[in-house]
Design a protein around this ligand. Structure first.
Ligand code: PLP
Length: 419
């Protein structure tokens, strides 16, 4: 009689179900010792059947995203082409710097920039871009960041008061402080030998007195580089090159919002001398403030594919699809007496058809929080955004057909609460 382990080896693999084989292999603790390793068998059979559902296994709630590209909701869903690039890249070694250089050239060409690099999101693009401005190609300075005192590096960034919504922490990470201004005269007064950069936040541009062109002109007049944060400002797709064309020295954008690249990726675009310098603070180089802002080759390539797809896609068709979904939801829920909907796209940031849904409390007895809870706890779970006197919804992160579920669940909740 053959020992068990030999019997298994002599049984043609095709004759054993994968489950049985793994069961039997794992029931033999000595097998590894006898054969050296079982992994070639295991992996050859396990790979094609890799249907493990980790979200289920870990009890993670999945939901229909009728809210939008929120960081806390994991941003957006990557296209299959992006995942294919990630998968394929994961099979080979290449030099990290070479990937950045080659991909950077392609991205720069797509965005009318002199140069570009993939960063760990828009936030790190800002930190690294400013690091490049501060250090130039001086290796010693790179290692001194974020301690600026006594180094000869500049230490102030000028920004408009209305643009201070928290993201400028990306800039103070370099050791710089923010000098807040409101008017052109303020800027002229604030500029001194310590001024490193003028920073602009597109999504808040209506909250400041100085607009884009004027900001760029101030930078040029005083020979101080300018940077713009357009993290959540595509679409329109033209924004990817508009601010490079306008003359901003550095442009920062998120990769994992509307572009549907990896959530932890973003782009730093702009003047080659600043991008080259920013890369001195990026991995693989250590002893830098950016060592923890690593982007792997898979994400760099995935980001490139996502950008390329975004630039080449039919944006009008996409917009029409978002509008049709929004119209379906609006038509369905306004059948409930007292429910009103207005749909418009915010001009700045998250530029996509957005439904503002409100209801007359005399006709529908429901708080915003109760509605959000009911949608969240329902099946399937749905996320929407709480707004003053109602909720707001976008349709761009829905999978095809989900607008029907969102519409009927909303109608159901409003009908239940009708008085
Ligand atoms: C999302 C966002 C950021 C941060 O971008 P990440 O890609 O998540 O790093 C910065 N600024 C603004 C205005 C944003 O909306």
């Amino acid at each position: 009689m053959l020992p068990n382990y030999l019997r298994i080896l002599l049984t043609p693999i095709a004759m054993l179900s994968r489950r049985k084989l793994i069961q039997r292999l794992s029931a033999m603790p000595l097998l590894g010792g006898v054969l050296g390793s079982v992994t070639p068998f295991e992996s050859a059979l396990a790979a094609p059947a890799a249907t493990r559902n980790l979200l289920k296994e870990l009890g993670l709630r999945t939901f229909i995203n009728a809210a939008g590209t929120y960081t806390a909701m994991t941003g957006s869903l990557m296209h299959d082409e992006v995942m294919e690039a990630i998968q394929a890249a994961s099979k080979e070694f290449v030099m990290l710097d070479d990937v950045q250089t080659k991909v950077g050239e392609k991205i720069a060409a797509l965005t009318h920039a002199e140069s570009a690099v993939v960063t760990a999101g828009c936030f790190s693009a800002m930190t690294l871009g400013l690091a490049g401005v501060l250090t130039g190609m001086d290796q010693k300075k790179v290692e001194q960041l974020p301690h600026l005192a006594g180094t000869g590096m500049k230490s102030e960034v000028i920004a408009q008061k209305g643009h201070n919504v928290g993201y400028n922490h990306a800039l103070t990470n370099t050791g710089c402080k923010i000098v807040e201004v409101e008017t052109v005269e303020d800027v002229e007064k604030a500029i001194n030998e310590k001024t490193a950069m003028l920073w602009f936040l597109h999504i808040q541009s209506d909250k400041g007195k100085i607009m884009h062109e004027q900001w760029v002109a101030l930078g040029k007049k005083h020979n101080i580089p300018t940077m713009i944060d357009i993290a959540a400002d595509v679409p329109p797709v033209e924004n990817l090159w508009k601010f490079n064309d306008m003359g901003f020295d550095l442009v920062c954008v998120s990769g994992g919002k509307a572009m549907r690249g990896p959530q932890s990726a973003g782009l730093l675009m702009g003047k080659k001398k600043y991008i080259d310098a920013a890369r001195l603070s990026m991995p693989p180089r250590g002893s830098t403030i950016g060592r923890g802002m690593k982007v792997n080759k898979e994400e760099i390539l995935g980001m490139y594919v996502a950008l390329e797809k975004f630039v080449n896609q039919d944006h009008q068709k996409e917009w029409k699809m978002w509008e049709d979904r929004a119209a379906h939801i609006a038509d369905t829920i306004t059948k409930v007496n007292g429910v009103t909907v207005t749909t418009e796209a915010p001009p700045l940031g998250n530029h996509t058809p957005t439904l503002r849904i409100a209801w007359d409390p005399a006709k529908v007895s429901l708080t915003t929080k109760a509605l959000q809870d009911n949608l969240r706890n329902g099946n399937p779970s749905i996320e929407v955004v709480g707004a003053p006197n109602g909720i707001s919804i976008t349709t761009w992160m829905l999978k095809p057909g989900q607008e029907k579920i969102v519409a009927s669940r909303l109608k159901e909740e409003f009908t239940k609460a009708s008085v």
